[in-house]
Design a protein around this ligand. Structure first.
Ligand SMILES: [Zn+2]
Length: 214
C-alpha cells in the first residue's frame, strides 16, 4: 500500500523556491490500509504485530500521524488572511521569539525539534501574532527539510503581508542525526532566510540576530 501511494503521488520538489502551492495532490489511502502498513513495518523491524502490546499500535500510530502531519490540511494563506491596517504609525520590526518547532524530516520521517524566530517589517498591515505562530506550525507539521520549511515560512509571510522584509531563523536538533547515523546528539542546525530590507540592510540583520542571541 505504501508503494502504491508512492507511485500515485511522487512529489517532486520544485527546483525554484518553494511556493505555497507545494502540497502534493494525492489520493490518500484508507485508514485500514495505513494501519496495515504499520503492521508490516512492525514485522519488518522484527516483532509480532499480533502480540498484546502491539495489537493497538497501528491505530495509535495513525492517530499520531494525524497530529504530526496535520499541516497538509491547513492553508497558511488562510491563516494570514486577516490583517489589521490600523498600526498607528508603527513601522519597526515585529519579532516573535522562540516559537516551538516540532517537525519530521522528509528523509527519515524522524522528528526534528527546535525553535523558530520570525520577524517582519510591516508596511501598511500587520497580522495577529498568533497567526505567525500558526504559519510556523502549518509548515512544521509536514514532512520537511529544515531549509525548505524556513523558506516556506518566509514566503507565506511575504505573500500575505507584502512587508518591507522578513527574517526567519530556525534552530533544531534532528533525531535522524542524534539517534542514528552519525550519532551526534548535541549538534543543532541553524537556517536563516532574509528577504527585502533584512537582506539588503546588514544593520537590520544584526538587530534581528542580536534579539535571537546567535
Ligand atoms: Zn533525516
Amino acid at each position: 500500500m505504501l508503494l502504491t501511494l508512492i507511485q500515485i503521488g511522487p512529489y517532486m520538489a520544485p527546483m525554484s523556491k518553494p511556493t505555497l502551492t507545494s502540497v502534493p495532490k494525492i489520493d490518500r489511502p484508507t485508514a485500514a490500509a495505513a494501519m496495515e502498513a504499520v503492521r508490516t513495518l512492525i514485522a519488518w523491524a522484527g516483532d509480532d504485530p499480533d502480540r498484546e502490546g502491539l495489537r493497538d499500535t497501528p491505530k495509535r500510530v495513525i492517530n499520531a500521524y494525524s497530529e504530526w502531519f496535520r499541516g497538509y490540511d491547513l492553508d497558511p494563506a488562510e491563516e494570514l488572511s486577516r490583517t489589521f491596517e490600523d498600526v498607528s504609525g508603527y513601522d519597526d520590526m515585529v519579532i516573535l521569539r522562540e516559537i516551538d518547532v516540532e517537525s519530521h524530516c522528509e528523509h527519515h520521517m524522524a522528528p526534528f525539534l527546535g525553535k523558530a524566530w520570525v520577524a517582519y517589517l510591516p508596511t501598511d498591515k500587520v497580522v495577529g501574532i498568533s497567526k505567525l505562530v500558526k504559519v510556523v506550525e502549518v509548515f512544521a507539521k509536514r514532512l520537511q527539510t529544515q531549509e525548505t520549511m524556513t523558506a516556506q515560512i518566509a514566503d507565506a509571510i511575504e505573500d500575505a503581508l507584502k512587508p518591507r522584509g522578513v527574517a526567519i531563523m530556525v534552530d533544531a536538533v534532528h533525531q535522524c542525526m542524534s539517534t542514528r547515523g552519525v550519532h551526534h546528539p548535541n549538534v543543532s542546525t541553524i537556517t536563516t532566510q532574509f528577504t527585502g530590507e533584512f537582506k539588503t540592510n546588514p544593520s537590520l540583520q544584526d538587530r534581528f540576530l542580536r534579539v535571537v542571541g546567535k
